[in-house]
Design a protein around this ligand. Structure first.
Ligand code: HEM
Length: 123
């Protein structure tokens, strides 16, 4: 149904699982884990709340963190095409761990590709 959000279609639990898998990938990737804080659990919760919001769920993220301004928040890390690819690969693996309807997966993938390109701040 076109009018339903991704959040409504897949539910909070799948978004929780997605972020949990994603951070397992981050922990195993040297390039990524060099950027992320030691406290990955808190980082995982921030991404979880953000994704709930972005996919049409509750806006707890903005209540806690304010306007996302993600590109600005990412300027403190040097993100070039290679780093973006590390991030995207981790997210792809995380997505592959969920059993999602093809159309939903495509929609999520297309959002992540755009968002990840938008975060690139180095030539
Ligand atoms: C935070 C790296 C792309 C969403 C972070 C953090 C790092 C990071 C190191 C700090 C972790 C924390 O303490 O929360 C990267 C890299 C990317 C990338 C290397 C490569 C392209 C993205 C994308 C999204 C995203 C595409 C959204 C789909 C977030 C969010 C936070 C965050 C929501 C927490 C912001 C906050 O509230 O402080 N990112 N990120 N990131 N990232 Fe990314």
């Amino acid at each position: 149904n076109e009018s339903q959000s991704i959040y409504e279609l897949i539910g909070e639990d799948q978004i929780r699982q997605l972020t949990s898998h994603f951070y397992k990938e981050v922990a195993e990737n040297k390039a990524l884990s060099a950027l992320y804080p030691e406290d990955l659990a808190s980082a995982e919760n921030r991404l979880f709340l953000f994704l709930l919001q972005v996919f049409g769920g509750p806006s707890t993220y903005s209540e806690q963190r304010g306007h996302p301004r993600l590109r600005m928040r990412h300027l403190k890390w040097q993100i070039d095409g290679k780093m973006r690819d590390h991030w995207m690969n981790a997210m792809l693996k995380a997505l592959d761990n969920l059993k999602l309807d093809t159309n939903i997966k495509e929609a999520m993938l297309s959002y992540f590709v755009k968002a990840a390109n938008h975060m690139v701040n180095q030539p």
